[in-house]
Write a protein that binds this ligand. Structure first.
Ligand code: CMC
Length: 443
């Protein structure tokens, strides 16, 4: 099979690729589609009906699953844009509520739109009181991500009035509910695990302050949120808010493509995020650093990684898309020092260990040849731990932040006229037709 490319004009879809079956000599023209940035795509939607062939791409390393105007990543340059705005600018100048508005609506809000949006989100932060009883069904030692999967999935049983996906108003309400309630549910999961009373949201606080308050306050004493920590939390939320068609977002889209309700789709996204190759990596990094323990043991650990001993990986390193550096990691590395300074942590052995591990890995041929660089999860755990979060909550924090991305991508999919149920095909390698043999006649 040969493929020849005729480029089209940027922004158009006039190019074609010619596909030739060398066996039969037959040729087909496949359209090329060009976006506003990034590589063009070969439109294979008619490939099977026209040629009888499928494409084969396990892990979707070369497949664009949808058209999207939300987030752009240039993996070679290490660039990440939300609606065209570079992540570094947003992390420095914006705040999470504004970023949420931007991701959902495509543009930055004016002052009135911003006020209204913050009011709407703030006034959806409480959860149905009966939901507190739902928590009591979990064991106290349940992993908070297990609790998140269950409780967020259960929201569709509590909020029936916002599950009609064809009604834009209901979609907006469901989206606001999830963005608003996720910190409340996450803090409840934590409080349940430590046996403390749930703390209700407080409308006078910002999104990040409110979350920190629900996490760390107790009813018997006043708790003042440290503004530097609130800012660091807000920045962590911004950095994790969306990341194009990653595993959990694709899961949300696939779940939503069947017409499933939004709460069920986001619960599916949370389940996918939990894995250590994805959002679960922040927890895995901290466990890895603790296991390595001292700088002297780094070479021994890296030897195991390079020998692929027992699936050992350098957690917090490598990315499917970034082959230069992860811009989120660069922001977090800086933030890490700021937070530790604010907290008066002069000496954080895990940070020293992480920096040494990064230095050694970046000079090692194994990592250099495979273009493996620190990703967002490499430093986030160190900051979160210093802020007082238990390791098991790290991925939950990722889920809080990513909810807006999932919701924005889900809404975009529902509104896309090209949207179809996600239904990949396969290369079958099992038995051809054979006949049933009764058990007495089997050898
Ligand atoms: N440590 C050691 N080797 C690695 C690592 C790593 N962290 N990541 C990739 N490799 C090797 C891999 O063994 C393979 O080597 P070889 O060519 O010899 O077989 C090569 O690099 C390519 O790896 P891959 O698994 O084919 O790459 P991928 O694009 O499918 O995987 C990844 C991307 C993020 C799953 C992977 O790099 C990884 O497992 N990293 C550790 C987990 C992690 O930090 N995940 C967080 C990702 S960023 C946050 C998020 O968006 O969720």
């Amino acid at each position: 099979m040969d493929a020849k490319t005729t480029p089209g004009k940027a922004g158009s879809n006039t190019g074609t690729v010619t596909l030739t079956d060398n066996k039969t000599g037959r040729s087909w023209e496949l359209p090329l589609m060009t976006g506003s940035l990034g590589p063009s795509v070969i439109d294979v939607r008619r490939l099977y009906s026209d040629t009888g062939f499928f494409t084969f791409d396990p892990g979707y390393t070369s497949t664009g699953s949808c058209q999207s105007a939300i987030t752009y990543i240039d993996g070679d340059k290490g660039e990440l844009f939300y609606r065209g705005y570079p992540i570094e600018e947003l992390a420095e100048k914006s705040d999470f509520m504004e970023v949420c508005y931007l991701l959902l609506n495509g543009e930055l809000p004016n002052a009135d739109q911003m006020r209204q949006f913050v009011w709407d989100i703030t006034h959806h932060t409480m959860v149905h009181e009966q939901l507190s009883a739902f928590f009591r069904g979990f064991r106290r030692d349940a992993h908070p991500m297990a609790v998140m999967c269950g409780v967020v999935g259960a929201l569709s049983a509590f909020y029936h009035d916002s599950t009609d996906i064809h009604d834009p108003r209901q979609r907006t309400i469901a989206s606001y509910r999830m963005i608003a309630k996720m910190p409340t549910i996450a803090a409840m999961a934590y409080k349940y695990s430590v046996g403390q009373p749930f703390i209700y949201p407080k409308n006078s606080l910002s999104y990040a302050e409110n979350f920190l308050h629900m996490m760390f306050a107790v009813p018997c004493e006043e708790y003042k949120v440290n503004p530097v920590l609130a800012r660091a939390m807000d920045r962590i939320f911004i950095l994790h808010a969306d990341h194009e068609q990653n595993a959990s977002t694709s899961t949300v889209r696939i779940a939503g493509s069947s017409g499933a309700n939004p709460f069920a789709c986001i619960a599916a996204g949370i389940a996918s995020l939990w894995g250590p190759a994805h959002g679960g990596a922040n927890e895995a990094v901290l466990k890895m650093l603790t296991e390595i323990g001292t700088k002297e043991r780094i070479p021994e650990f890296l030897k195991r990684v390079k020998e692929k001993d027992g699936h050992t990986r350098l957690m917090g390193f490598g990315h499917r898309v970034y082959k230069n550096y992860d811009p989120r990691a660069a922001v977090l590395r800086k933030s890490c020092h700021e937070v530790l300074d604010t907290l008066g942590v002069r000496d954080e052995p895990l940070l020293d260990l992480a920096m040494e591990l990064e230095r050694i890995a970046l000079e090692d041929r194994y990592f250099v040849d495979r273009k493996l660089y620190p990703n967002v999860d490499f430093y986030s755990g160190i900051i979160l731990r210093a802020m007082g979060f238990p390791v098991s909550m790290f991925t939950v924090l990722f889920a809080i932040a990513r909810t807006v991305g999932w919701v924005a991508q889900w809404n975009e999919m529902i509104e896309d006229p090209m949207q179809k149920i996600g239904r990949p095909r396969q290369l079958y390698t099992g038995h051809a037709r054979r006949h049933y043999v009764p058990v007495a006649q089997r050898g």
